[in-house]
Design a protein around this ligand. Structure first.
Ligand code: NI
Length: 173
């Protein structure tokens, strides 16, 4: 187990398409453990393998309040989308920034778990947003490409929120 370095916007690897996982290996199992540890350590809600420099179709997420409900998606495929939501989105590969992004409100995804057994997952709101954000990473797409508003500085926003006594938090993935 160990923390991996998170690649940042401008790193070519983030722009490449990741390859499907054919079989679970000890190496990939360690990668998944490390990705979870890295995501929790960075206080993100999701992390995709290319963000730690590995071009494999692997995503980890946890949108729970208690940070105790990890989800592992291998070779995820979005099967259905429904509705629309627009809200602030951040990314661990674009530290200190966020922007408005329009996403589907609800998605249904099929993936393999870390045991390589297929499962389906339906998500709404933040989970739906996270699934779409992370599967985009596997295609080399970043939220800054699909954002619907300007790229904003979190620090400026936090200052504003303190003045307004706001408590909204920006989730990075
Ligand atoms: Ni991201």
């Amino acid at each position: 187990m160990g923390l991996r370095t998170i690649r940042e916007l401008g790193d070519e690897i983030l722009r490449k398409k990741s390859k499907p996982v054919k079989e679970m290996t000890p190496r990939l199992s360690t990668l998944i453990d490390d990705m979870l540890e890295t995501m929790y350590s960075a206080e993100g809600v999701g992390l995709a393998a290319p963000q730690v420099g590995v071009l494999k179709r692997i995503v980890v997420m946890d949108v729970s309040e208690g940070r105790d409900q990890p989800i592992v998606m291998i070779n995820p495929e979005i099967l259905e989308t429904e509705g629309e939501q627009t809200g602030p989105e951040g990314c661990l590969s674009v530290p200190g920034k966020h922007a408005e992004v329009k996403r589907a409100q609800k998605v249904k995804v099929r993936a393999l778990g870390r045991d390589m057994n297929p499962y389906e997952l339906e998500g709404e709101d933040l989970l739906a947003r996270c699934i779409q954000h992370e599967t985009d990473h596997l295609e080399g797409v970043m939220y800054v490409d699909v954002r619907t508003g300007p790229l904003l500085d979190n620090a400026a926003e936090e200052e504003y929120e303190e003045e307004e006594d706001g408590t909204e938090e920006k989730a990075g993935s």
